[in-house]
Write a protein that binds this ligand. Sequence first.
Ligand SMILES: *[C@@H]1O[C@H](CO)[C@@H](O)[C@H](O)[C@H]1NC(C)=O
Ligand SMILES: *[C@@H]1O[C@H](CO)[C@@H](O)[C@H](O)[C@H]1NC(C)=O
Length: 241
Amino acid sequence: MALVMLLLIVAVATAAAVPAELPRLEQSPKADGSLTILAVGDWGRHGEFNQSRVATQMGIVGEKMDVDFIISTGDNFYSDGLTGVDDKAFEDSFTGIYTAKSLHKPWYTVLGNHDYRGDALAQISPVLKKVDSRWICMKSFVVNAEIADFFFVDTTPFVVKYWTDPKNSTYDWRGVAPRDTYIANLLKEMEAALMRSTAPWKIVVGHHTIRTAGKHGDTQELVQLLLPMLKVLHIQLVRPA
Ligand SMILES: *[C@@H]1O[C@H](CO)[C@@H](O)[C@H](O)[C@H]1NC(C)=O
Ligand SMILES: *[C@@H]1O[C@H](CO)[C@@H](O)[C@H](O)[C@H]1NC(C)=O
């Protein structure tokens, strides 16, 4: 009995030491191995604030360049994400806006802080993928496109002020809280995925900038917690501001 208990404890301890694997998707590159990508963030405005005009231009550029997929870096729906999977904003700000044929490609999408102010689980729900099959939204995941691996990082939980000083907003931390455990696990999973990657290019995508000349400034939590790992592993590119 004592031996069995001991074996069980060892088994549990071993399981805990191995980080869970991030979801990994396969994306085919073009026949010559190259990739063309559009990236967009901070967009869902029911077509207003010139969202529709940008969408039209994306459609034109997308066709000229024959884009393989689109990356959305989050703040997908202003001002407070989606209210649920049946929120009409999904149609009004996404499906009905990015209508060009060239944009009917996978949209690999992460959440931004504004998305966390609504029903964050709705955006990552498979129900939305049924409504519009382009919508591939998860918290953190990897897309393998042969010449490049893309590592999508859920950056909002890193930012301490959303936890300690949420102002008038309510953040949907379901599946996230407590912060420390979530981030520790995410960093472990990300490191394992990065180390496993053999792609010539490794591209990290997230909503919050690590370094930027923009008005929000650097995200100190990412500088402290994520950047050292990327430096050690020689990651070439992160989200441009
Ligand atoms: C939309 O773009 C036009 C032309 O650049 C500009 O004049 C206008 O202020 C923009 N509207 C909004 C709401 O940003
Ligand atoms: C919070 O809500 C109050 C009352 O509606 C409003 O006066 C205030 O400007 C809001 N603060 C922020 C930061 O939005």
